[in-house]
Design a protein around this ligand. Structure first.
Ligand code: FPP
Length: 244
């Protein structure tokens, strides 16, 4: 992948499974099923090109409000995915990770998640994180509560509260490239803290149509972005020149 600047952390809001199915007069779950194939392809591509963190929004806290049948079909897809991918992840050096409230899932799924996380914990090529029963706002609230407890127990002084501490408590590194499929231009409570300086890439492609080659296209776009972090263009060019 010559000339490509590979983002360290790519996060994806996988949207449009329902519309993909609707367009074909299929039940919504067929869209999710096809979407799972996109997950396979995108994970494989991300790993091959050297993305270090890939985070996929697989189930939001609000998705529990969907019809029961759709929720259980999504949970079944997750069960199948974890069963099918466990060995492949280990073989390919993928560390499996989850953010969100896994306690909301049935016991067997919680167990499966923990097992795959434990089984792949020493893998170093890429960390694949699934956001499951996830809310960005809740994640921030949880970190704040932890801080409050530490302060109360006198293990932390309020003076020590800083960005780095919150970052550490939330776990995932800053996102460099955030992708959302299906043409919607919303963040939908995803990784609110971590996307503060992310480049945002929106595509009209529905998630089941988004494959590894589309990830490469997004990364090509990302490679051409000038990321200024509040500085001027001249300052950035100078600092890049100093690095080489
Ligand atoms: C959004 O499309 C997608 C989801 C809520 C679920 C994402 C799940 C998958 C991609 C499949 C399973 C994933 C794994 C990791 C096994 P939508 O249903 O909101 O689409 P719509 O906006 O067109 O209705």
């Amino acid at each position: 992948m010559r000339g490509l600047k590979i983002p360290y952390h790519v996060a994806i809001i996988m949207d449009g499974n329902g519309r993909w199915a609707q367009k074909r007069n299929l039940p919504r779950i067929e869209g999710h099923r096809e979407g799972a194939k996109s997950v396979d392809d995108v994970v494989e591509t991300a790993r091959k090109i050297g993305v270090k963190y890939l985070t996929l929004y697989a189930f939001s806290k609000d998705n529990w409000k969907r019809p029961k049948e759709e929720v259980s079909a999504l949970i079944n897809l997750l069960r199948d995915y974890l069963k099918k991918e466990k060995e492949r992840m280990k073989k390919n050096g993928i560390r499996f990770n989850v953010v969100g409230d896994i306690k909301d899932f049935p016991k067997d799924v919680q167990k499966q998640i923990k097992e795959v996380m434990e089984y792949t914990k020493d893998c170093e090529k890429m960390t694949l994180t699934l956001a499951l029963s996830y809310s960005g706002k809740n994640e921030i609230v949880k970190a704040v509560k932890k801080i409050a407890q530490l302060v109360k127990k006198k293990k932390l002084s309020p003076k020590e509260i800083c960005q780095e501490l919150l970052q550490k408590l939330m776990g995932l590194p800053d996102v460099e490239l955030l992708i959302r499929t299906s043409g919607e231009m919303r963040i939908s409570d995803f990784l609110l803290w971590q996307i503060s300086y992310a480049e945002l890439y929106f595509t009209k492609k529905l998630w089941p149509d988004f494959r590894g080659k589309d990830l490469i296209k997004a990364i090509r776009w990302f490679s051409k972005r000038e990321r200024r972090f509040g500085m001027t263009s001249e300052q950035i060019k100078k600092s890049e020149g100093e690095k080489t």
